[in-house]
Design a binder for this molecule. Structure first.
Ligand code: 2AM
Length: 478
């Protein structure tokens, strides 16, 4: 075969990825279960590069140079297994199957182990940036073996987005499911970012009393500063958009029930298993699910509380700038939590994750791309063993400077009755870390009382139990 890479599964993501490879000069073999999609691609986009269309799996495999690189772009789940079962028997040792779907990392680990037994490389690869990114340059998070990356990496780096400094937004993440894991946490962080932006909007709307068009202007201003990011930019676009049918701001006619496809939920489920507090991501997932409970919200509308009355005009502007500070500080906290999860996963699954490089490849192509990510890369460059992003002097300094505004915003939201689960949980995380003593001591006392679960003391080593139901003397257990 002559094709350097093949793509099977030619729905829009697969099609755009295949075009991206071809536009970059690679010869691309094409395959799809339903052959008409393959023919359509060649008919519409054949002029963009060199494609080798294949009707059958055998033809497709034969079209590829060895070792073969076969990209699978089908719906995550059973379809991925079906495609692997179809192709694996046709492949030879050293060939690579690249799964570019949104697979759960545990499935990727299972598939990688099974294919490794047969001498095949399985490269679970996170791809972020949607249809547009797939075509023009996504952020790419490949897992799998070093050996596979040596062969495949240069091609993926070529088609990836480039950061402002020209660096490819693609790096080998780590073994087996590491790439899909990192993509999952990327999505979790994306949920948190979106929730925080939504809360900032709500505060500007009902606290500052601004109309959507004005809020769009505020966001454009923020986008010129440290919050410079794709999500802030598109938020301004959405807020400025007027619905053609009603003449109302579009945001006022969209049903306020957020949906989700599941990667945010996975992030939180796994964080629970790893014992990592990702409260910002969790609140974002819960905020979406709460919004969808129309029945519950109908009950809630009858509950007592303040009706938000906008602040007087002279205070509104100051409040808006405080919201910017609260948003930035809360965002730093949710990234801190997300990177903590990456660190914990690295230890649990045996991946050597380069956290600075991971922040680096999110600077372009993906949904959370942001100028701010440079600071995370810089923090890990200064100290690769940083126990938390909040241990970095620059982040700690920025949060210290933002905290007065952050507290004012959360307190004002509480007073006005504006829900801010993301801002509030981020501030609580910050304060919990600051606290010299946490009420966890009391929790331990309660656990010892009802379940004899024991406790440690601050002044002596050992494990202790108080005989609560007897004379309440203390016993040392070990
Ligand atoms: P299709 O065009 O034949 O439906 C997104 O659904 C992509 O995944 C499509 O290219 C689709 O092929 C492919 N796909 C879905 N399920 C599949 C399966 N079980 N086997 C092979 N391809 C599948």
């Amino acid at each position: 075969g002559t094709a350097q890479i093949g793509v099977t599964g030619l729905a829009v993501m697969g099609r755009n990825l295949a075009r991206n490879f071809a536009r970059n000069g690679y010869t691309v073999a094409l395959h799809n279960r339903t052959a008409s999609r393959t023919r359509d691609l060649v008919e519409q986009f054949g002029h963009e590069g060199t494609f080798v269309p294949a009707e059958t799996a055998e033809e497709f495999v034969a079209a590829l140079e060895r070792p073969r690189r076969l990209v699978v772009m089908v719906k995550a789940g059973a379809a991925t297994d079906a495609v692997i079962d179809e192709f694996a028997p046709l492949l030879e040792p050293g060939d690579m199957i690249i799964d570019g779907g949104n697979a759960h990392f545990a499935d990727t680990r299972r598939r990688e182990a099974a294919l490794r037994e047969r001498g095949l490389h399985f490269v679970g690869t996170g791809i972020s940036g949607g249809e547009e990114g797939a075509l023009n340059g996504p952020s790419i998070m490949p897992g799998g073996s070093e050996e596979a990356y040596e062969s495949l990496g240069p091609m993926l780096e070529t088609i990836s987005a480039k950061a402002a400094d020209g660096t490819p937004c693609c790096t080998h993440i780590g073994a087996d499911g590491a790439g899909h894991f990192v993509k999952m946490v990327h999505n979790g962080i994306e949920y948190a970012d979106m929730q925080l932006i939504a809360e900032a909007y709500d505060l500007l709307r009902h606290g500052a009393g601004y109309e959507p068009a004005r809020i769009a202007e505020v966001f454009r201003g923020w986008n010129a500063g440290r919050l410079d990011s794709y999500l802030i930019e598109i938020t301004a676009e959405v807020l400025a958009h007027v619905d053609a049918a009603t003449g109302q701001p579009l945001v006022d006619v969209i049903l306020d029930q957020a949906e989700q496809k599941g990667t945010g939920r996975w992030t939180v489920q796994i964080a629970l298993d790893l014992g990592v507090p990702v409260s910002g991501i969790a609140e974002a997932v819960f905020a979406r699910s709460l919004s969808g409970h129309a029945d519950l919200r109908a009950v809630g509308r009858g509950l007592a509380g303040p009706t938000p009355v906008a602040l007087p005009a002279d205070e509104a502007e100051r409040f808006a700038s405080q919201v910017e500070e609260a948003l930035y500080a809360s965002k730093v906290v949710s990234y801190t939590q997300g990177f903590h999860q990456l660190q914990a996963a690295g230890a649990e699954y045996g991946w050597t994750l380069d956290l600075g490089a991971i922040a680096g490849i999110w600077r372009g192509g993906c949904i959370i791309r942001a100028a701010f990510l440079d600071r995370i890369t810089a923090a890990y460059a200064k100290d690769a063993a940083l126990p938390s992003l909040l241990a970095d002097e620059q982040f700690a300094g920025e949060l210290g400077a933002a905290q007065d505004a952050w507290r004012t915003v959360v307190a004002t939201a509480a007073r006005l009755g504006i829900p801010v689960p993301g801002f509030a949980t981020a501030l609580s995380y910050y304060d919990a870390l600051r606290a010299p003593r946490l009420p966890a001591a009391l929790t331990q006392g309660q656990r010892d009382f009802f379940g004899a679960h024991t406790y440690h003391r601050v002044d002596r080593d050992g494990v202790f139990h108080t005989t609560w139901s007897e004379d309440r003397s203390e016993e040392q257990q070990s």
